[in-house]
Design a protein. Sequence first.
Length: 394
Amino acid sequence: MNILVLTPLFPDHLNDQFGNFILDSIDSLCVIGHTVHVLVTRPFLQNVRFAMTRQGCSSIKMEMYDRGFSLFCVYYISIPRFYLRFFSNHLYSIGCAKAVRRIVAEQRIDVILAHTESTGYLACAVANQISIPVVTVVHGIETSWRYLYGAGQPAFLRKAFSRPDRLILVGEPLRDFVSNYVDSFDHIRIVHNGFRENGAELFRHRKVFERPDSVQMVSVSNLVDGKGIDVNLAALGRSEIRALPNWHYHIIGGGPLRSSLEAKARELQIAERVTFHGQCDQDVVFKFLSTCDLFCLPSSPESFGVAYLEAMAFGLLSIGVQGQGPSCFIEDGRTGILIRERDVDGLASQLKNIFSNPARYARMAETGHDYVWNNCTWRHHAESLSDVLYELVK
């Protein structure tokens, strides 16, 4: 199948975490035999004359062009922070539609696979002119009030979610959000993401909790509201857990809440046992996953949770939130642990049990590790995604 992937999310280099899951999805489609062309859409605010198609984006390294797909980029004008979003939507279409039509014609594209609802809206507008099926993938929920409720946005989102031939959600929790904008679920499919096998391959047989005197806990996320890092700190700050000498918490990621979280760790008197590592490249993240025992991220909302998958692929015991994306591969008490949303008491109880008797949880971590390797690789993703595409392209 000849696929055009439209995406605003794409890494600049192989260790770049921004949009790396999109690259992994594209690579997996190529591996199972599809021909893929990728058009990356990026804003350029400084000068209107740059809102044109180029063979590549100046920030994308050459290593990204030497892969199994062709890569193009289009620049467009945008207004930041979701101000006048209806106008930005119009500018997006003006800046990108011509490039989409050209690639569809030149490459004889069978189907357009658009990542994010804005790109899907663009794809549907073009497809309406040239009669080509569109599949839109929704990866998460943008919670900005201006994005959801600004002038024209509710109507825009209804069109973006209703018009594509298929609407793919990466996790079941997104169904409730999308239900506000669609009249029928007939065109909706669930296709989960995967994890990078090449990073975890060397550690397929690694055991965790082998040093009960040193349990290493880690989280990987942006430091923003909803990720639950404050919940982790509050649980670790409980006196009964502070009294246990055998744990250390590594926080990977940057964001606007870092200063307040560092202050909270000092306030709870656990700053010496919590290390903020900041934003890290993918290879550094993998290094931490290869040496830690426990991944804990009580994030809500969480559409899917690739970070949990990667941790489990490295053998770590993982803790997530009930009813959120990770619950599709974490079975509480069997492949990992699920707690209630923002349940500091519940998390503290779980952490106390783990730190007090880590060896007891080694088998649970191993079961979770085996499950994701057998069910959640990028190849599994590509096969499920292909099934959806073949519903439209015979």
